[in-house]
Design a protein. Structure first.
Length: 243
């Protein structure tokens, strides 16, 4: 069981780490306050105003984070179309990504939890960690302004964004083609290896992709996977030009 003083100590460390003003500390405390804690302590304020849980800040922080990441991708990746931007944004704001960053900030130690959540391992639960990070971003945006929040997000997500931009998580044209074709025609793409050329150490694959029996794109690459991606990219271009 975490001692009652430990979340407050962790909160003070977070306050210092985020370089926030004293006036923002109460917002950060609210961001760390889970509803299970509020439910257990709502009758302990002598009839005064009950402390708020972090859901409202989480809602606000989710919107702030989404805007900052979308703006950043739009500026840094001018050659990407809407589909690639949407996929990249989804990866960057996924619960797994948020939980990973929350652990780096040791946000779990600052959580104020009810006894049930405490004993069930709530401090390590990915969903709670993702939520508290969104709430913290909301608190920073409200207390310090959106410029401060944007600087924080850019710092925390810098490595992940560069991986997206540099190709660490390249566009999945096969998935984009499947989504597009199902939405417009209900058909699923079919991929066929038409030819394999070159010696073992320098193989090249030629792949065609068909929709409803009609070839809509061809691609070439050093592996079947890369050739299929190239074929899907060509098919997407063809289909969008036909609309």
């Amino acid at each position: 069981m975490v001692k009652s003083s430990q979340p407050e100590q962790a909160l003070n460390r977070l306050h210092k780490r985020l370089k926030t003003r004293a006036a923002t500390l109460e917002l950060l405390r609210e961001a760390c306050r889970h509803r299970s804690y509020v439910n257990e302590h709502k009758n302990g304020h002598g009839g005064g105003k009950a402390e708020a849980a972090n859901e409202r800040l989480e809602f606000f922080g989710d919107a702030v984070l989404g805007f900052i990441i979308a703006k950043w991708l739009f500026q840094k990746w001018p050659q990407a179309d809407e589909g690639r931007l949407s996929q990249a944004k989804s990866r960057l704001v996924s619960a797994e990504r948020l939980a990973h960053i929350a652990r780096r900030l040791e946000l779990g130690q600052a959580l104020l939890l009810g006894q049930g959540e405490e004993v069930s391992g709530g401090r390590e639960r990915a969903s709670l960690l993702a939520n508290i990070l969104e709430a913290v971003i909301g608190a920073v945006a409200l207390g310090e302004g959106t410029d401060h929040a944007e600087a924080l997000v850019r710092e925390l997500w810098a490595e992940a964004l560069e991986e997206e931009i540099s190709g660490g998580a390249q566009a999945d044209y096969k998935s984009l083609l499947q989504e597009y074709s199902q939405k417009t025609s209900g058909a699923l793409p079919e991929y066929t290896v038409e030819q394999v050329i070159g010696p073992d150490h320098n193989r090249r694959y030629l792949v065609a992709v068909s929709l409803k029996g009609r070839i809509r794109g061809r691609g070439e690459g050093p592996s079947k996977k890369q050739a299929a991606q190239a074929a899907a990219a060509q098919a997407l271009t063809t289909l969008k030009h036909e609309r």
